[in-house]
Design a protein around this ligand. Structure first.
Ligand code: PLP
Ligand code: COI
Length: 340
């Protein structure tokens, strides 16, 4: 029962909801959308998803606005990105209109789980696609299952909008230089687990991964992109091995709207010495301000937030982004899909 959910203290986790939606690609075409109440699925023991990692996913959020309406943030961008992920690992791309339709259906069917306005929580939408065909030789499947499940969630990093500390470690890479980093494939997350676990053991929220080729430039921050504020500019890594974050793209636009310059370029580790703010940004992370970045290999500690508080630019960006998503301010860029 949703009456039992304490919306304002929800963690970022799985909460069972009423329905998920599914669609199968078989015999060269997508079938009918199925509404399911089951939390499990039946899968062939030799499916490519299980053996050869044919799995891609997305992360999207829906919000209950000030006017009571439900808004999904930048859904079409996620539809485009999962298309690119599918091509990246030779899976059948989900048509963008089918993707959007199924996400909207999943939200609508689970409407009672969309957290109330003012709670700070949202409904996390998790679309995923898996290869279903049995293969023993390494080859792509010909049958695929696309599903959308949802879960109400709170902040990704503990404590919500407050400074969090991260670390640099060169012992592990999450992706290869010309690998799958720019796609949202499950295998990237498996590859990041050990580093993430080590960081948590040491008291950090996430690892700031470096570029896997030279270990010289900043790449991304666990399950989020990275940006910094330097000399009043919004700077963020240009890299082939990071996920093109829709949140980062949105924050860049908002920074420009605020009159800031935006630079998407290589950022060296040494440059951390000269930044005034830093944050991890993503659907789950929103924009989480970073207090300190510790380089575990060199022993250098970059204290970003000297007063311990989130910086003014990150605070302004965070507030602006939320105001748009909650319908408190005009959606001038047309980012929200409002559900009927
Ligand atoms: N980078 C990684 C590795 C992620 O998992 C995510 C989360 O989706 C992001 C960046 C942020 O992307 P987005 O803002 O589109 O959620
Ligand atoms: C998201 O922000 O949507 C993500 O996918 C991060 C997730 C892996 C927790």
């Amino acid at each position: 029962m949703t009456e039992e959910i304490d919306w304002s203290s929800l963690p970022f986790g799985y909460v069972p909801t009423d329905y998920n939606v599914r669609c199968t690609f078989k015999d060269g075409k997508w079938g009918e959308i199925e509404i399911s109440q089951s939390e499990t699925l039946n899968i062939h023991i030799a499916a490519t998803a299980l053996h050869y990692g044919q799995e891609i996913f997305e992360g999207v959020k829906a919000f209950r606005g000030k006017d009571g309406k439900i808004r999904i943030f930048r859904l079409e961008e996620n539809a485009r990105r999962i298309h690119s992920s599918a091509e990246g690992i030779m899976m059948e791309p989900v048509p963008e209109d089918l993707f959007c339709k199924m996400c909207k259906m999943a939200v609508k069917l689970n409407e009672r789980f969309v957290p109330p306005y003012g709670s700070g929580a949202s409904l996390y939408i998790r679309p995923l696609e898996i290869g279903m065909s049995a293969r023993v030789g390494v080859a792509p499947a010909s049958e695929y299952l696309f599903m959308v499940l949802v879960s109400p969630v709170g902040p990704y990093f503990k404590g919500g909008f407050r400074n969090t500390n991260i670390c640099i470690m060169r012992e592990y890479d999450r992706v290869a230089p010309k690998g799958t980093g720019r796609y949202k494939v499950g295998g990237n997350y498996a590859a990041s687990l050990r580093a993430g676990h080590r960081a948590h053991e040491l008291g950090y929220s996430a690892v700031l991964f470096l570029d896997p080729k030279e270990k010289k430039y900043l790449d991304e921050c666990g399950p989020a992109n990275f940006y910094a504020i330097k000399d009043g500019k919004y700077i963020t890594p240009a890299s082939e091995s990071i996920l093109p974050s829709i949140t980062n793209m949105s924050l860049q636009q908002l920074a420009k709207d605020m009159g800031m310059e935006v630079e998407c370029r290589h950022i060296t580790v040494d440059e951390l010495e000269h930044i005034s703010e830093a944050a991890a940004c993503g659907t789950a992370a929103v924009c989480s301000p970073i207090g300190e970045i510790d380089d575990l290999d060199t022993g250098r500690k970059y204290v970003i937030a000297k007063d311990g508080k989130p910086g003014p630019v990150t605070t302004a960006l965070y507030n602006k982004l939320n105001a748009i998503r909650l319908g408190e301010e005009p959606d001038t860029h047309g980012w929200n899909t409002i559900l009927d």
